[in-house]
Write a protein that binds this ligand. Structure first.
Ligand code: HEM
Length: 341
């Protein structure tokens, strides 16, 4: 009898599994695995059609605005933040830069180097119109912005961040004039190893500056192919600097190799730091011997890489930045329980 029941039950399970899952019907004849995902088609259409603000760097400025170190010093957050997956309760990519733009966009780094307030103001109405959380919107828009560039990977996007956040404390977004040790320490606090900083900086291959030197044309690019997701940024940053695109009096800028190109001091320094130079050069691939002799110091044997390696590492680092660190949260929670036990 027991066997009969089990076999019947098993057959039922198989039958249920064989029934094709009904996909939810979304706008314009598109379908999704779940109805709650349909809204992202509408957001996609809307931002592709109507959004003119840069989409990429807000993902970073929102996500980096948390600090386990400050948490343990009792200066930021509360234990509840670490009881939930990151991004669901006021940490990580939680949209706080949009929800608390009156605080976070006034930090010196935002005012002098990025003018994030303009981007936040441009993006916020879209998130509100589509009733999605600020944290979700920022990461989705960033993923769309990247995928618009030729050669870019499709980034992972996971929705589900609550629209609750607390304002980030100042000083957590790196400045382009920060010493490398300070940049590494800041990323380490956020859970990123030096190699992963380089992986995230792949985003600078499609980046430009508007605010470090506000006197030069807007969208002065960081490499010679700013609309293409290629390794040119990693090559260009290693070349000998020749000139400034402006008068060169700006903090965070160093001489660039080409007229009309802008070089951040932080990119220059990271490319040459022994902890990150190999990862940097690995994205270039080709003849590393050439790079070693003619351009820089490589402190280890740099493996050659191809476009696929660069995009895969970038994709993984962006996923980590935008969603994960649940592990870190859990580790912090365990540590907290250990110390309070
Ligand atoms: C050491 C860390 C970093 C520093 C110091 C830095 C600094 C900067 C600066 C100064 C600009 C120019 C902003 C402007 O003038 O408007 C910029 C642009 C940009 N950054 Fe970074 N960045 C860092 C890391 C990152 C990371 C990790 C990402 C993404 C994952 C990122 C994405 C971007 C993008 C997409 C732009 C172009 C924005 C635009 O098109 O207007 N950056 N960055």
């Amino acid at each position: 009898m027991q066997f009969t029941f089990s076999a019947a039950f098993f057959a039922l399970v198989l039958a249920a599994a064989a029934v094709p899952t009904k996909r939810a019907a979304c706008s314009n004849g598109r379908t999704a695995a779940h109805a709650s995902c349909c809204v992202w088609f509408d957001v996609l259409d809307d931002i592709q059609e109507n959004m003119y603000a840069p989409l990429g760097d807000l993902t970073f400025h929102d996500a980096i605005g948390f600090s386990p170190a400050l948490f343990f010093e009792g200066k930021f957050g509360h234990i509840r933040l670490y009881l939930l997956p990151r991004g669901t309760d006021g940490d990580d990519s939680d949209g706080s830069i949009m929800a608390h733009s009156d605080v976070e966009t006034l930090f010196p780094v935002q005012l002098t180097c990025a003018h994030i307030d303009d981007i936040v103001d441009a993006q916020r109405p879209f998130a509100i119109a589509h009733k999605v959380s600020f944290g979700d919107f920022i990461q989705f828009a960033g993923a769309v912005g990247v995928s618009n560039c030729a050669g870019a990977p499709r980034l992972e996007f996971l929705a589900g961040r609550l629209n609750f956040s607390i304002a980030s404390p100042p000083g957590l977004v790196p400045d382009p004039f920060d010493p490398v040790d300070k940049i590494i320490a800041r990323f380490a606090d956020a859970g990123f190893a030096p190699n992963e900083i380089v992986d995230l900086l792949v985003s600078h291959t499609i980046a430009a500056q508007d605010h470090v030197d506000p006197t030069i044309p807007v969208r002065t690019p960081f490499d010679s192919t700013p609309s293409v997701f290629d390794a040119q940024f990693f090559v260009g940053t290693l070349l000998v600097g020749q000139t400034f695109p402006g008068n060169g009096s700006n903090q965070g800028e160093v001489v660039s190799p080409l007229a009309g190109e802008f070089r951040l001091q932080s990119d220059f320094a990271i490319a040459r730091d022994p902890r990150m130079a190999c990862e940097w050069q690995s994205f270039i691939g080709g003849n590393t011997q050439y790079w070693n002799t003619n351009h820089l110091i490589c402190f280890c044997c740099c493996p050659s890489a191809n476009h696929g390696t660069m995009t895969t590492k970038f994709r993984a680092a962006m996923s980590k930045m935008s969603t994960e660190l649940k592990n870190l949260s859990e580790a912090l929670l365990l540590r907290e329980m250990y110390f309070t036990a």
